[in-house]
Design a protein. Structure first.
Length: 119
């Protein structure tokens, strides 16, 4: 079992930056780690993930950067040029590539950290 704990959320004005962190309770051999978010009143959506390669969803391309420090068992999300529509609860997740062709699936989830962007 892997426990994931997010931190770094907060309130910021549009155009500002935040860096989210996700600490894993132990080294995870998960081949995939990623960030997801759930805006108020909407369904959860993908933000970015690392499964060997790095993938960004269209809404954050060019503004967010995902990275991982295996020595610290920590996943990061650097968020720049934040917009009000980025307001959401942000979740960290870990999982594996499964299936043919391989696709990312996520088994472990953190409790989330709130990001609020004001205009």
């Amino acid at each position: 079992q892997v426990q994931l704990v997010e931190s770094g959320g907060g309130s910021v004005q549009a155009g500002g930056s935040l860096r989210l962190s996700c600490a894993a309770s132990r080294y995870t051999y998960s081949s995939c780690m990623g960030w997801f978010r759930q805006p108020p009143g909407k369904e959860r959506e993908g933000v970015a993930y690392i499964c060997g390669n790095t993938y960004y969803f269209d809404s954050v391309k060019g503004r967010f950067t995902i990275s991982k420090d295996n020595t610290k068992n920590t996943l990061y999300l650097q968020m720049n040029s934040l917009k009000p529509e980025d307001t959401a609860m942000y979740y960290c997740a870990a999982g594996y590539l499964r299936g043919t062709p391989p696709a990312p699936t996520f088994d472990y989830w953190g409790q989330g950290t709130q990001v609020t962007v004001s205009s």
